[in-house]
Design a protein around this ligand. Structure first.
Ligand code: SIN
Length: 287
């Protein structure tokens, strides 16, 4: 297998991959080495890319099938596998991206479905001069750092990931947000996933949470379950386990949703545009 030149991004998570042009990487036979590094580090950064939507989708497909996001208004025209995330508008004033106001919440992508996403490939098209960073947390290192008693307590505990619950809370905070319609609600019934998730390839356990999406823990009082998830998420997203990424145009980050969490940070969205393209790779039922 080809060897890649890597430098770590932090102690707990991530590596930068140097000297790779992602438009050509698959044709050059680099995918096996990229996938191996992805499994080792949970998060890979490639700087200075000029990635076409076609190459973005083709590279993503090497990891698995791609999700079409439930927020259909923000799929890139001609490339429905790409979700546009951002604050830009078209000439008639309609938003062209899925807008995350202010600081986003820590989450792992699409945790609210029965087979949540394996990973996401996120490409920076336009970035603001300040803010709009994405912060990542390594769930494997956080799990490894738990006391044995807590690891034992988590065995068999399943958090209920509930997108309608999350959406209702988001709509209460942001009156401009359009609530889920009936068909979106029907596609996203609540689903329970283990809090300590085993990675299907590496076999390592990771803390697997999207605290704001979790309405409770199966078999526990809802409030106590949410409190447990928030306490664990606060621990797992504390400084020793995180890496904050300052975006440059042309950055491609790919992350493993099975063992990482992430969140966007705020920026001056009234004065600056931030546009990102995300593909989301389908995954398996967590265990
Ligand atoms: C996301 O939360 O999935 C998007 C992260 C970002 O916009 O930086």
């Amino acid at each position: 297998m080809e060897r890649l030149r890597l430098t770590p991004l932090s102690d707990a998570i991530g590596a930068e991959v140097h000297d790779v042009d992602l438009n050509a990487a698959v044709a050059e036979g680099l995918f096996p080495a990229i996938e191996a590094a992805f499994l080792d580090h949970g998060l890979l950064l490639f700087r200075g890319q000029a990635l076409t939507p076609e190459a973005h989708v083709a590279l993503s497909r090497h990891f698995g099938d791609l999700e079409i996001h439930v927020q259909k208004d923000f799929l890139l025209p001609g490339h429905p596998e790409i979700l546009v995330i951002g604050n830009d508008h078209d000439e008639t004033g309609n938003p062209t991206g899925y807008f995350i106001p202010g600081d986003g919440d820590w989450h792992t992508d699409m945790s609210y479905v029965a087979k949540p996403s394996l990973g996401s490939l996120f490409y920076a098209v336009t970035v603001p001069p300040d803010g709009g960073d994405t912060v990542f947390a390594g769930g494997t290192a956080a799990y490894d750092g738990l006391p044995t008693a807590m690891k034992e307590r988590l065995e068999g505990l399943r958090a209920v990931h509930d997108y309608p619950y999350f959406d209702a809370n988001m709509c209460a905070k942001d009156p401009a947000r359009r609530p889920l319609d009936e068909s979106q609600r029907a596609r996203t019934p609540p689903v329970a996933h283990p809090i300590a998730r085993t990675h299907p390839v590496t076999g390592r356990k990771a803390i697997y949470l999207s605290a704001e999406v979790i309405s409770g823990v199966a078999g526990m009082d809802d409030e106590a379950g949410r409190r447990l998830c928030h306490e664990l998420a606060d621990y797992a997203t504390s400084a020793p386990f995180t890496y904050a990424h300052r975006w440059q145009v042309g950055d491609l980050l790919m992350w493993d949703n099975r063992c990482t969490m992430h969140k966007a940070t705020s920026y001056d969205f009234n004065s600056h545009v931030r546009t990102m393209h995300r593909t989301t790779v389908s995954g398996d039922v967590p265990y």
